[in-house]
Design a protein around this ligand. Structure first.
Ligand code: SF4
Length: 418
């Protein structure tokens, strides 16, 4: 039986779940951020890989988990290997078997998707790198036709589907995202679509810069016009619902040695991968800038990772303030990045907006709000998004969403300079 390189397994510390990191790839994405694409690892048959996975899980969890993700590199390169792996996982009791893929091989082979479904695959996450053939070709070295065909095949199967695109300013930006969203909507408007930010420090080639918050918000707005299930990755700024932050994980190597690893280890992996391409000092400097940038973004947009009022229970005690954060485009009006309003537990976003108008005047209302012609009630203008504890109020009750003490409201603008 054919062998494939296994770099390591990753075990989640939050809940029992195992990832397979297979090496090698049929694409050569300029901005690739996965050292596994260059091959290496330990060559194993699918059965040997399954045995080691099982042992790794028994050693750490005392049982085989129900969820797994097969990733790389590109896991689809050897059909026989992948089918045996998926079948074996199903036989071992895995209920959720997810494949992360660039989709190329699935589109090229007429029966690959059907065979994977029969083997037990439950979910596929497919990257659409670009919609335009020339952009895709020059970025990955391959045509995107098989990728688009794979999406059609997967959509027609019983396999759950998530499509992802990395937003790369000047390469894959709003225009490309709109074309991808249109294509996906033509296949199935309920397809889940996630937009991730390009992170140059992780990339093999720093082909462009990290997108701004406003660019990502705009891409999200555009994609949402066609796809109601569009989201923005938490690794960018937020994801709904916000998953708990994972700071460390367990890496188990093919010889079954295990290590708890965190961001520092990931940094070291990247540094050794990029060694020879960019001087170590420049990558370290970029990393430091990135950490600073994240701190700045958190202070500007204040995405809270702590569960605030997630139980939905009201605080019964004294009046607690609500924190409201403003985008740069409103700073001239508000003269501050954020403010606090008292809340007695009965307020809605509409009340908050009225309080902000009392505080900052009619100009605030005119800038952020409009009157709904049908109902006569106020609404948030299209150029602004309002988030309550990290969730867009559009996904809740809009302006009628209730707010409570200690909640955090973020107003974001995607207009240029906002
Ligand atoms: S980004 Fe993914 S598909 Fe592209 S080269 Fe890297 S591993 Fe392969």
């Amino acid at each position: 039986m054919n062998k494939r390189g296994l770099q390591y397994f990753t075990l989640s510390e939050i809940e029992p779940r195992v990832w397979f990191m297979l090496t090698g790839c049929n694409f050569h994405c300029k901005g690739c951020f996965r050292p596994a694409r260059d091959g290496g690892g330990t060559l194993l048959t699918a059965d040997e890989t399954l045995e080691r996975m099982e042992q790794a899980c028994l050693n750490y969890y005392g049982k085989v988990p129900a969820e797994t993700m097969i990733t790389g590199g590109e896991p689809t390169l050897d059909k026989e290997y992948l089918l045996t792996l998926v079948k074996g996982l199903k036989e071992k009791g895995f209920e959720k078997i997810v494949l992360m893929t660039n989709g190329y091989a699935l589109g090229e082979d007429e029966t690959y998707v059907t065979e994977l479904e029969e083997a037990g695959l439950t979910e596929a996450h497919v990257d659409v790198k670009a919609f335009s053939e020339d952009v895709h070709n020059s970025y990955t070295g391959k045509s995107n036709k098989p990728v688009l065909s794979a999406i059609e095949k997967l959509n027609a199967s019983g396999i759950e589907l998530l499509i992802q695109t990395v937003y790369m300013p000047g390469i894959v930006d709003a225009t490309e995202i709109e074309q991808i969203a249109k294509f996906l909507a033509s296949v199935n408007k309920d397809i889940k679509y996630r937009i991730n930010p390009f992170v140059p420090i992780f990339a093999y080639e720093q082909v462009t810069r990290r997108p701004t918050l406003e660019e990502i918000e705009r891409a999200y707005e555009i994609a949402s016009r066609y796809l109601p299930n569009a989201i923005i990755s938490r690794s960018c700024y937020r994801e709904y619902p916000t998953p708990p932050p994972q700071k460390t994980w367990i890496t188990v190597y093919p010889d079954l040695t295990a290590k708890r690893r965190g961001m520092e280890d990931q940094k070291e992996d990247r540094l050794s991968w990029l060694n020879g391409i960019r001087p170590r000092e420049s990558v370290v400097k970029d990393w430091q800038n990135e950490e600073w940038d994240f701190t700045l973004r958190h202070s500007l947009v204040g995405i809270s990772e702590s569960p605030v009022n997630q139980s939905g229970l009201k605080e019964e005690k004294e009046v607690q303030p609500i924190k409201v954060k403003f985008p740069l485009s409103l700073h001239e009006l508000t003269k501050t990045r954020w403010t606090e309003l008292d809340c007695d537990g009965e307020a809605t976003i509409e009340d908050v907006m009225k309080s902000l108008t009392d505080k900052y005047g009619d100009k605030f209302r005119e800038t952020v709000m409009a009157t709904d012609r049908d109902t006569g009630s106020i609404k948030i203008k299209r150029s602004f998004n309002v988030y309550l504890n990290g969730m867009n109020i559009k996904n809740r009750k809009g302006i009628k969403t209730e707010v409570h003490g200690n909640d955090e409201i973020i107003i974001l603008s995607w207009v240029s300079g906002g």
